[in-house]
Every structure is written in C-alpha cells, then in structure tokens.
Design a protein around this ligand. Structure first.
Ligand code: DC
Length: 220
C-alpha cells in the first residue's frame, strides 16, 4: 500500500509524512533528500550543474542509502550537509535533469514494490506511484511557507530575512513548476490540503483519518 504526499517546500510534508508513516507502521521515503544528495555530490565535485551529461554520470555512480532516518552517500552520513542553503539553491537544476529523475524514480519504485510506504516529494502521486491507494497534495500561503523555513534555519543558527526567503522560494517554485520533466502539480485524484492555518499535529491527524479510511485500516 502506498500513500503519497506531494507539494512545494514549507507545507510540512516531510514532518507529516514521517509522522503518518509511524502511525500506520509504514516505511517513510523522503525523495527530496535523494535529489539533494545528487546535487550535493555534484557540488563536491565542483561540476557545472547545467552540464546534464556530467551530472547524469555522477548520479549513476552514487550509492544512496537511508538508514534510521539518516542519509548515507557512499557510506558517509550527509543528512545535515544536504540541507544547507547552497544545496537548497542548486537542487532544482539537478531535479530538472531527466536522466537523474529516471534513475531516482526507478529507485523509488523499487522501494515501493517491497514495502508499505508513505512517500513525499513533488511527483509521487503523478509519475512515480500513479496507482497509489491514497494521495495528498499539501499547500500553504507563500508567506507562511517562508516563515516556516525561516524558523527552521533559525533553529540551525542561520538568520535569513523573510524577504530573501520569499524570493528564493519563488524562484525554486518557478523552476519546479515549469520544468519539462515531471513538473510540480497535484495528481487529479489527490486530496488538496491547505496547511496555512493548521499546526503540524492537526495536519497529521487529518491525514491519518483519511489515509486509514482509504486503506481500510480502521479509524484513527
Ligand atoms: O522537498 P525538498 O525541498 O527537500 O526537495 C528538494 C528539491 O528536489 C526541490 O527543488 C524539489 C525537488 N524534488 C523533485 O523534483 N521531486 C521530488 N520527488 C522531490 C523533490
């Protein structure tokens, strides 16, 4: 059984998907982290990210493993390193590379074949798992999403203005929504949830009730 949670950054996807996976006893897959790992590896090699063939080559050679909520790249723990502003700014270019997407989608589908999954990203309900039993698409107002990102960065000791974050976010959304390959958009059968006025707990509870109903797992 597969539950997909798609939507732009700052809508609470990762936290909610992780929480829902725990409550359902499913595996959790953070597909954004996979694209971040590829971007990080390319930056480490000082590659020009628009050089699609070189980026593809690097992606092919990577060993991406999730282990107890950590992401290992060729055995090295890069969980925190893939969350820097530099990686965040670079990753949409890598995520628009069709060869990289083909490769990561294949990996994601292998995981989905062997386990019950709550998976989050941008294309999980549209391209990766079109037959998923339950699909969500989370949204929130741009200002609220930027505010959440600001809080997250503050927690890591990074102070960034809301205006800067709004601008970065707009640029990233534009790239994610306009790329030719799997642009960010809701699946036609996804349930849209606006999280602007909701706490993460409220979103998790809401999704749990709907997912359990869709998956015939009894009520929450
Ligand atoms: O969710 P995130 O911010 O960690 O995602 C990082 C980038 O990867 C973002 O630019 C969108 C892209 N992405 C994607 O294109 N497809 C996915 N399934 C997941 C993320």
């Amino acid at each position: 059984m597969i539950v997909t949670i798609d939507g732009p950054a700052g809508t609470g996807k990762s936290t909610v998907a992780k929480c829902l996976a725990e409550r359902l006893g499913f595996e959790f897959l953070n597909t954004g982290a996979m694209y971040r790992a590829v971007a990080y590896a390319c930056l480490q090699r000082e590659l020009n990210l628009t050089d699609e063939a070189s980026v593809e080559e690097v992606a092919k050679g990577l060993q991406i493993v999730f282990s107890e909520s950590r992401l290992l790249l060729g055995g090295a723990d890069v969980t925190d390193a893939i969350r820097t502003q530099t990686v965040t700014r670079s990753v949409p270019i890598v995520a628009a590379n069709p060869a990289v997407r083909r490769q990561l989608v294949q990996l994601q589908q292998i995981v989905g074949r062997t386990s019950n999954l709550v998976t989050e990203g941008r294309d999980q309900g549209t391209d990766v798992f079109p037959n998923a039993e339950c699909k969500f698409f989370l949204t929130a107002s741009p200002r609220e999403r930027a505010r959440r990102r600001q809080l997250e960065l503050k927690g890591k000791g990074e102070i960034v203005s809301l205006e800067d974050l709004l601008e970065q976010q707009q640029r990233r959304d534009r790239l994610d929504e306009s790329r030719a390959c799997s642009p960010l958009q809701p699946a036609s059968d996804a349930l849209l949830v606006d999280t602007t006025e909701m706490s993460l707990d409220e979103v998790s509870n809401h999704l749990e009730i709907i997912a359990k109903r869709a998956l015939n797992l009894g009520t929450a």
